[in-house]
Design a protein around this ligand. Structure first.
Ligand SMILES: *[C@@H]1O[C@H](CO)[C@@H](O)[C@H](O)[C@H]1NC(C)=O
Ligand SMILES: *[C@@H]1O[C@H](CO)[C@@H](O)[C@H](O)[C@H]1NC(C)=O
Ligand SMILES: [Cu+2]
Length: 164
């Protein structure tokens, strides 16, 4: 049963990693996108991957979500924005790795805290990634697949769904 358990753990880890590969982040959590919050603190316990989504919640027209480069972020300048929205519900899907910078372009708001920098890594489940060591995928996939069969037969997929 030891190898079965090991395979099941591998499957759990793999399925949780896949689930984590596309996370929707509610920026600022219940506080939304507003002045007076520290979004650096908000990001500090989170990791962001390609495919994840940021949802900015704020009063329409009262703020903007303006994607800028590092210069714009550092200077609180939206003059060379990459994208801009003030709809009140801005959804940004993080499609490329690297650091993505967002500010509010209403005068004074960026200086008042409305600046967000997220470091985006290649997702573990991404098909575009190059970070999986050669051999690792092939080595783990076969026991994971056989574990699916065994786990299904054992009726173990219900607790599996609850695990994540
Ligand atoms: C957005 O913010 C408003 C006002 O703060 C709040 O009532 C609402 O629940 C928030 N929506 C989401 C999806 O967080
Ligand atoms: C940001 O964009 C501006 C305008 O295109 C450019 O002059 C500046 O060098 C860029 N900064 C960075 C860090 O890429
Ligand atoms: Cu604002």
């Amino acid at each position: 049963m030891a190898s079965f358990s090991a395979a099941l753990v591998a499957l759990l880890v793999a399925s949780c990693a896949a689930a984590a590969a596309a996370t929707t982040f509610d920026v600022g959590d219940g506080h939304g996108w507003q002045t007076g919050l520290d979004y650096t603190t908000w990001t500090s316990d989170k990791t962001f991957a390609v495919g994840d989504t940021l949802v900015f919640n704020y009063t329409s027209k009262a703020h903007t979500v303006t994607e800028v480069n590092k210069s714009g972020y550092d200077a609180c300048s939206g003059g060379n924005s990459l994208s801009n929205d003030d709809s009140g519900a801005t959804t940004i899907t993080l499609t490329t790795p690297g650091v993505h910078y967002f500010i509010c372009d209403v005068a004074g708001h960026c200086a008042g805290g409305m600046k967000l920098a997220v470091t985006v890594t290649v997702a573990g489940g991404s098909t575009t990634g190059g970070t999986i060591p050669a051999g690792a995928a092939g080595a783990s996939l076969v026991p994971a697949m056989s574990a699916i069969v065994v786990a299904a037969a054992a009726g173990a997929l219900v607790p599996l769904a609850l695990f994540c």
